[in-house]
Design a protein around this ligand. Sequence first.
Ligand code: SAH
Length: 502
Amino acid sequence: MKKGKVYITGAGPGDEGLITVKGMESVKIADVIVYDRLAGGNLLKYAKEDCEFIYVGKQSSNHTKTQDEINEIIFQKAAEGRIVTRLKGGDPYVFGRGGEEGEYLRDRNIEFEVIPGITSAIGGLAYGGIPITHRDYASGFHVITGHLKEEDREHDWETLAKLQGTLVFLMGMAQLENITSNLKNNGMDSKTPVALINWATTCKQKTVTGTLETICDVARENKISSPVLIVVGKVVELKEKLNFFENRPLSGKRIMVTRARAQTSTLSKKIQDLGGEVIEFPMIKIKELDTDKKTKESIVNIESYDWMIFTSQNSVNIFFKKLFEEGYDLRKIGNVKIAAIGNATADELKKMHIKADLIPKNFVAESLFEELKVILKPSDRVLLPRGLSSREVLFESLYSICIVDEVKIYETIRDNEINNIKIQDLLSDDQIDCITFTSSSTVKNLAHILGENMDLLKKSKLYSIGPITSETLNEYGSFSYCQASSYDVDGLIEAICTDGGL
Ligand code: SAH
């Protein structure tokens, strides 16, 4: 039997970009991913389509699975011959019990590898604007647990209170009172600066500061709860100057991106780069259709066409995949001219080293037709590879002026990955600040799922990528929404950033 292997991988403190290259590799090749509350939920989208996900998240007082159970799950899956990636928040060996998992596997002869991660104790501080050391403030640091294995054991507070370096307490929120009073009572200056960094490196990050004297009140006033990094020391004073993360245009905003999973990345990434939190709702999924006779013939005879028109990134990807599968390469398309409906589609072509000959001023089918109308002759042959449920308007209008072959190469299907209840709960609890719609089908699919609860959308701000999508929204009710001025992802982002009412 194939031998299994376990990667004990540090996912970094939260921001998905903070996993290492090697860590990401272990996510991509895993057959099974065993993950925690603080680790990597947002990394699962990089896993293989058929990867099994096992959540073993722990909340400090409410353990979903005991460590023994977790050890056993990892061992069993690897013993079945599978590649198991054990994703852990931060670094696996910094209060992550990665060592115990490694021991368990070694005792049972299972091969494992540890992939270190950026610990929240250092990376989380950096995102909070606090350098863990600084020549003028702290020449060393100590990372300390707020939660000892045996409840009645205590730290040597006398020693801790005398330390000169930065002190970082992890798992300490429930003990904040205890920590601050012990440090004070053992001689640390009560004016020593303290910061609490909540949900560091994520869109929910919030940093508050005070002193050993005041920080408990500050925490209460700001309703700070776990996970928190408690930082004690003069480096906290640098926060005002070095805080780069919490003042971005979309900081603290939760934005639901409704797109096909394969396409979410650009929009989601841009939102995240601006500080927003993305809830991807993959209501539509793209499924390639088998190559039918008509498609095959159009590929074989492609040189007989004058134009090829691509109306989505999917049509580009899937059409060329099929062309390559038929044994051809790019030379096959020869002199056929190419039109792309918008920049995203043109960019997809560019990745294939193809420059679109025509991109209409407005990224909609009507505009594309207007511009083609003056170029096309009645004898011209046009190939239109696209999705099963694409709008008919382009085909019909082209059909009236030239010869057009439409081939259906993919299908858009509903993805029920997030169940109805969850999305309705999210919406009714005011958990979503805005929702983006990037095509009519995203509107229709959401409407299908929400059914008579469509009015829940009124609780969030809605953003539409362009007039066709807006029109579809209008068909479902009188929603107020904001429409992008350029009908693409950047236009949508701009609309979200500039909308004062957000
Ligand atoms: N192995 C992890 C730490 C695990 S212990 C690491 O290297 O970061 C869990 C504790 O880490 C939490 O209670 C909290 O104190 C801290 N922590 C981890 N991620 C955090 C985050 N994103 N924001 C704030 N605290 C975090």
